[in-house]
Ligand binder design. Sequence first.
Ligand code: NOJ
Length: 530
Amino acid sequence: MRLKYIHGVSAKITYRISHELNELNGITEKLDYLAWLGVDVIWISPFFVSPLTDFGYDIADYRAIDPTFGGLEDFQKLLEKAHTLDIKVMIDLVPCHTSDQHPWFQEARSSRDNPKRDYYIWRDGRDGKEPNNWRSLSGGSSWEFDEPTNQFYLHSFLKTQPDLNWDNPAVRDEMKNVVRFWFDMGVDGMRVDAIWGISKDPEFGDDSPNPDFHGDPEAYGAFIHDHCKMGPHFQEYLHELASVCDEYDDKQIVFEFYPDEKLGDIYQQYHRVMKAHPKASAFFMEYRQDEWHAEHTGQKIENYLRAAGSAKPFFCLGNHDQPRIASRLGTERARALHFLNLLTPGVSVMYYGDEIGMTNGELTAEDIQDNFSPANSVIDSRDLERTPMQWDDTQFAGFSSVQPWLPVHANAIRTNVLTQAMHPDSLLHLHRRLLHLRRNMPVLQRGTLEVINTGNGFVLGIKRELNSERAYIYINFADAPQHFFIPEHTEIIASTRPHRSIIRKNGQLTIPSHCGILLLHKGKWLNSRP
Ligand code: NOJ
């Protein structure tokens, strides 16, 4: 049997988890683990009927579950158990494209005057070529010629993923009804896929050339995407979609949105998305820049929070489209960044396996499954971050009893949940401690955040404050120990390194390289904790 991964998600911690056949039951089985860890929301990637040319992001029926993943009853059981454990469930909504196997597209392509034709975006060619120069994120032109009706259709991703036409009110209604269908079933929120192209230039003008790009002139990066995305109805359509939340008590929408620095200030772009509706938000994706700099990290966090205003922040460390954080930064730096991410406000999003420090898979060209990987190239393939969850040190790491669809990483022998659960100093236990602290310390849940001057350029200092409680988070970005003054008398509550490696003298702290530390001003929580 062929095994697929599914990723779930997270919470005040977002979490993704992989499991085996009948994936939904696999996730249900692991909900106790997530509850033990302290996760309180999971996000599951698309499990709807799909030919799986893009691992479920090519949907052929928005209201039915692909048998690869299970059935509706399995999902209902998952939902019920998650709610019993106080875990919310978010699912993935893919509103901007369908599969080319979706009955809407099948109808649309059957003739130019089919009523569903306008659900998609069709154009005549220009001088016998594509209607314009827009590029697909999976490579090549965004246009595919459809012989029977002698027109091109638009696909911002694979050609098996035709773009839906959001300028058509019927499409917007269809998608809102899909959201209602899942909300009515008890789903708590939606992660909304790839919204930047929800509105496009109505004139379909060419994208401008990118003067800073020196590679293949046909590549996606060779253009500034000033026409193919964030068109005039961008915020309006996001608002309309998120407004479905108004019909319910407590639902949340999180948009997948990567701001584009070529299109102006990125925090203004975040702001537009996060302000689209009171129940909407957007993931903070700036850790993916791999920049390792104390001051810049502090600025990014503050800028994003300012852009969020009253929207719930979603600080995100990784996902199924980004190389693993431990591979990007190395073990120690990743540990420090996890520490920081778990102590910022709102929802801290993590990707399955990051809590044990899973690294990118070691894959060969033959292993590659992702159709976005050019010519099965391993470099940059998203399969690197999609290898099976490492539960234990057995043959397939406890993920399955047969060869999974991508190879299990050889380091599963030591990097696995079972082994780390037995070691109190492990990354897994660090996550657990911090998740439980967040849950119990109001200052970490609702406190304000301010970046403070530590007097040491290598050390990021953050103050969280709620009424009389103050927590301080320090991260040493340097490769060597650093010292700095702390503003008041505090107690060490948690750190990424053993407490004995932290030296405290005359109001000054010395912490090891890449160490993160959480201090609490003596307050209510310290006096009342068990
Ligand atoms: C973003 C998803 O995260 C990614 O995995 C997918 O390939 C594209 N959107 C297209 O849906």
